[in-house]
Design a protein around this ligand. Structure first.
Ligand SMILES: Nc1ncnc2c1ncn2[C@@H]1O[C@H](COP(=O)(O)OP(=O)(O)OP(=O)(O)O)[C@@H](O)[C@H]1O
Length: 329
């Protein structure tokens, strides 16, 4: 199979980030690489220095040591190399969505600030990629938080850079919008070949969408890897000090307070949710060798159903509520 080396969008060498007055080293000696077409999530506990690293990579803040190299080389203006979506509120909420997206083209305009055909084409593409056509005429103050975030991403796309950095783009959004934004970023990385780096606290979403995680937290270092490798190696548990949640199984730990064991038979997502209902309600799920006189079998014909066998008694139920009620009798 031919092996092509992915294009490098950003590279750091011995990078140390922080502040110099008073001296505050946040993350030290980082050698990082961001490739074209990759969605990378930057994670870590509060205050570890994620935003500071993002600003340093974007050239908005000087490194304390080391260097940041962007695709395009030192001769190219930063605004042509990297687009940034930060958490700060926008000042001009009275402008329209279309006007805000055109801001992405400003670094390319000449003294008369007039949009050329090529600029309009790129703006159109950004609007189409983020699927915001239906409200480009609206004022920013008329938008929901989710819509506003899409518009900010459209502006970044209009800037036509190899890399986009976003700081907490899903903060304050509901689950649907959070998923929509992360899936959009995943799609954009794949379809446009941009390198996209997102600082986020959304561990579950990052695990399901990111190609690579950058996890900051231990002794001013930053660990990088495939999300699944970091889960299986226990790196994330160590850094986030997760309490009552097992990242490897994706489950909250439950106390088996009923002292009753159920042999559960079935598979797929119904098995998963049945197990969830039982464990959340204090039952233990039997392993092959555990003796128990309670057996619950999942039957799927048209609708899910559960056959509960206790001793010599057997009955079929159509909801888990009924199963749980019967088990407490
Ligand atoms: N302009 C500044 N001058 C000095 N120290 C700062 C400055 N901005 C942030 N800090 C400090 O740097 C540390 C890291 O801040 P930063 O915002 O980068 O962390 P973060 O990981 O993004 O946090 P959060 O997850 O809470 O957003 C904090 O202790 C903060 O107080």
């Amino acid at each position: 199979m031919p092996h092509t080396t992915p294009t490098i969008a950003l590279q750091t060498h011995g990078l140390t980030t922080g502040y110099d007055n008073p001296v505050l080293h946040l993350l030290e000696n980082m050698s990082l690489t961001l490739h074209a077409g990759e969605l990378v999530c930057l994670m870590g506990p509060n205050g570890v220095g994620k935003s500071t690293l993002m600003r340093t990579l974007a050239g908005l803040q000087q490194p304390l040591a080391g260097s940041v190299t962007l695709a395009g080389g030192a001769g190219m203006p930063r605004e042509h190399q990297v687009a940034v979506v930060l958490t700060e509120k926008i000042a001009g909420m009275n402008m329209t969505v279309y006007e805000l997206v055109t801001f992405g083209r400003y670094p390319y305009l000449d003294w008369n600030m007039r949009l050329r055909e090529e600029d309009k084409k790129i703006i159109g593409q950004a609007i189409s990629q983020t699927r915001i056509h239906s409200f480009t005429h609206k004022k920013l103050y008329e938008l929901s938080d989710g819509q506003l975030q899409l518009v900010m991403i459209a502006r970044a796309l209009a800037q036509d850079t190899a890399m986009i950095l976003l700081d907490e783009p899903t903060a304050h959004l509901d689950l649907n919008n959070r998923v929509e934004i992360m899936k959009l970023l995943q799609r954009l990385a794949r379809d446009t070949g941009k390198a996209i780096l997102v600082a986020t606290h959304e561990l579950d979403l990052a695990l399901q969408t990111a190609d690579i995680l950058w996890v900051a937290g231990k002794d001013k270092t930053l660990v990088t890897g495939l999300p699944e490798d970091l889960v299986l190696q226990g790196t994330l548990d160590e850094i986030f000090q997760l309490k009552g949640f097992d990242l490897k199984t994706g489950q909250i730990y439950h106390t088996a307070f009923r002292n009753k064991t159920v042999a559960l038979h079935g598979d797929g997502y119904i098995y998963r949710w049945t197990r969830n209902a039982l464990e959340r309600n204090g039952y233990t799920i039997a392993t092959a060798s555990t003796p128990t006189d309670i057996t619950l079998s999942i039957e799927t014909t048209d609708h899910p159903a559960w056959r509960l066998q206790r001793g010599t008694e057997t009955k079929v139920y159509s909801s888990l509520k009924e199963v749980l009620q019967t088990l407490t009798l």
